[in-house]
Design a protein around this ligand. Structure first.
Ligand code: FE2
Length: 247
């Protein structure tokens, strides 16, 4: 190869190298633009998802308040029980952040009581067999009302199964043990805790430690032992703080 030919080859190689470098730099700039666009889309999606969740939550609260408005006596029961339920769910190891529908279910658990007449719901004397049968229909009525509300997801299982018992003696389906959805097993304890620590027409509220003793007695019969064990890891002061936060 003559010196001139060699120089030509080197010049041509340099030119190709420079062209390749320009192409690579342009591709990198393009990729950086894509990445920036993608980041922006993700940010907007996150904001939209938060807005959507907020509007779901306000809809659920509106519905829950409409149910509670009937019953001046238990006032804010749904909000308290939802707060206790979330605390117990976390202690039990349920990933509440991953399934926000659980909280919706806690808030709406008694929505089916709209189908129970006031005269029965607020009766202070003992219920007749027929009246009791009607009251026990509220989980089914509730899950029917919410059947087509897709965003409630597994929250609907809490509505249907919040009166099942670990030993299978509950209603409406007589499920037992782990056949009962975990969120409903957790909720059952929260519901009992609020019922016991709230004044009722036929008895005064019990302090949280006395309510704990009572609930403990039903470990393995009414309540899932694992949920009770989780409950034992949460101090009464936490529940008092949650109750006072709802007032
Ligand atoms: Fe209920």
């Amino acid at each position: 190869m003559t010196p001139t030919t060699r120089q030509d080859t080197v010049a041509s190689l340099r030119a190709r190298l420079a062209a390749t470098e320009r192409q690579a730099a342009s591709r990198q700039r393009q990729l950086e633009r894509y990445a920036a666009d993608l980041r922006e889309v993700f940010k907007q999606e996150r904001v939209r998802a938060q807005e959507l969740r907020r509007s779901y939550m306000s809809t659920v609260r509106a519905l829950s308040n409409a149910v509670e408005a009937r019953d001046a006596y238990t006032g804010k029961h749904a909000e308290r029980v939802a707060a206790y339920g979330l605390e117990l769910a976390r202690a039990t190891g349920l990933d509440v952040a991953a399934s926000p529908q659980i909280e919706f279910g806690f808030l709406l658990h008694d929505v089916g009581k709209v189908g129970v007449p006031d005269a029965i719901l607020f009766k202070t004397s003992a219920l007749t067999q027929e009246e009791y049968a009607l009251v026990t229909k509220h989980p089914v009525i509730g899950s029917e009302i919410l059947r087509d509300v897709d965003f409630l997801g597994d929250g609907k299982l809490v509505v249907r199964h919040h009166h099942e018992r670990w030993d299978g003696a509950g209603y409406p389906d007589g499920l037992s043990g782990e056949a009962i959805p975990l969120a409903a097993r957790v909720f059952a304890v929260a519901d009992a805790l609020d019922a016991l620590t709230t004044d009722r027409p036929y008895r005064p509220a019990r302090p949280f430690p006395a309510a704990r003793d009572e609930i403990r007695r039903h470990r393995g019969t009414q309540f899932d032992p694992a949920v009770i064990d989780a409950y034992e890891t949460v101090g009464d002061e936490t529940f008092v703080r949650l109750r006072d936060g709802v007032r």
